[in-house]
Design a binder for this molecule. Structure first.
Ligand code: 1HN
Length: 347
């Protein structure tokens, strides 16, 4: 790198000529831009659910869901504190909604996923259709769709929110507005979208190839059954065990254009081969326990824990018992622009 430190003669040019004209010399910063491989501020980390459940429940004594609009504790990456993100490109948080509460309707250009961590019987409504949410369900709120949540059960409900906030911020395409009422009056029967678009069929003469899935709840019961049936074939991927991705049934692409989501089964005793990819991944433990080697650190995990794996850091999972992991990342964006990479070792 050429630097004014070793070329002090350049200094007057920089300060007197370039700087006042809002110009800067690329050659001073090029090595930091064209890097050999990702050098992320993102760090690996785990949030153990048992350590934060009480803290999350306490938020309900301090502020209502309505006051907060969304009562969410942001899972802030320790390498990027204050920047409300879990990876460089994605936001994650844990949202709590107590019995009888409503999170009022609004919409925004950031797309969201919900992954249900604890409880059952709360609903989310997306563009006039409600869906009841159960543990392990994967629910989406596409960009610019009206959405509100409510809990008509008698237990607290917690889910993980995953949003593409930093991506939309980078693009300066952030818009949001509030609905003219607290919640949407349902205009379609519950389960309608899943029946129409998520039953391995599509409405006759429907040939659209939308960028986002019309299915907005992928129930865990179905996901789990698929994994359980497939395991009988004993065809394990050395790096992933048995891993399925959630898709938009119109295209086979990811359910949401900016966030890819997966569910994987690791049978008791399974040890994955070392793997890395250019998409930083967030994992939520749905069932079982185990540990993951992330770089040279080892994280023990069990049900409801969340952990994050930065871009290009080698990962190795070990299942102590049958384990099911949900994960999400910005992989679809990387694939779309042609930059996604993986390293499966010598496999
Ligand atoms: C949001 O609208 C939700 O709708 C959750 O539940 C988290 C984080 C930032 C901005 C909007 C929700 C959010 C959010």
């Amino acid at each position: 790198m050429i630097s004014a430190d070793i070329r002090p003669d350049l200094e007057p040019y920089y300060t007197q000529e370039l700087d006042p004209k809002n110009l800067a010399p690329l050659w001073e910063v090029l090595p930091g831009i064209a890097k050999k491989s990702p050098e992320s501020a993102c760090k690996s980390f785990i949030w153990h659910y048992e350590n934060l459940r009480e803290t999350l429940l306490k938020s309900a004594e301090l502020i209502t869901a309505e006051e907060a609009e969304r009562r969410v504790l942001i899972l802030e990456n320790p390498g990027m504190r204050g920047r409300f993100r879990i990876t460089t490109a994605l936001f994650a948080g844990l949202q709590l909604i107590m019995p009888g509460e409503v999170a009022p309707a609004h919409r925004h250009t950031q797309a969201a996923l919900r992954f249900i961590v604890e409880g059952s019987g709360a609903y989310t409504a997306v563009n006039g259709e409600r869906t009841n949410m159960e543990e392990g369900d994967f629910v989406i709120t596409p960009a610019w769709t009206w959405h509100d949540h409510g809990n008509e059960s008698n237990e607290p409900m917690v889910w993980m929110d995953g949003l593409d906030i930093p991506i939309i911020e980078t693009l300066d395409a952030t818009f949001a507005e509030k609905y003219n009422d607290k919640y949407q009056v349902p205009s379609r029967p519950e389960g309608d979208s899943l029946a129409r678009f998520g039953s391995g069929m599509l409405p006759v003469d429907y040939y659209e190839k939308g960028t986002v899935s019309k299915v907005f709840n992928y129930p865990y019961a179905r996901t789990r059954e698929a994994l359980e049936t497939m395991r009988k074939a004993e065809e394990w991927d050395p790096c992933h065990g048995l891993k399925l991705r959630f898709v938009n049934p119109e295209t086979g692409n990811s359910a949401m254009p900016t966030i890819g989501t997966n569910m994987q089964l690791l049978p008791k005793g399974f040890e994955t081969s070392s793997y890395r990819s250019s998409d930083a991944c967030v994992f939520s433990v749905v069932e079982g326990s185990g540990k993951s080697h992330l770089g040279n650190q080892v994280y023990e995990w069990s049900k409801r824990d969340t952990f994050v794996v930065p871009s290009w850091l080698p990962v190795k999972h070990v299942a102590n018992e049958d384990a099911v992991l949900f994960s999400f990342s910005d992989k679809p964006v990387q694939l779309m622009v042609g930059v996604w990479r993986e390293d499966r070792g010598n496999l």
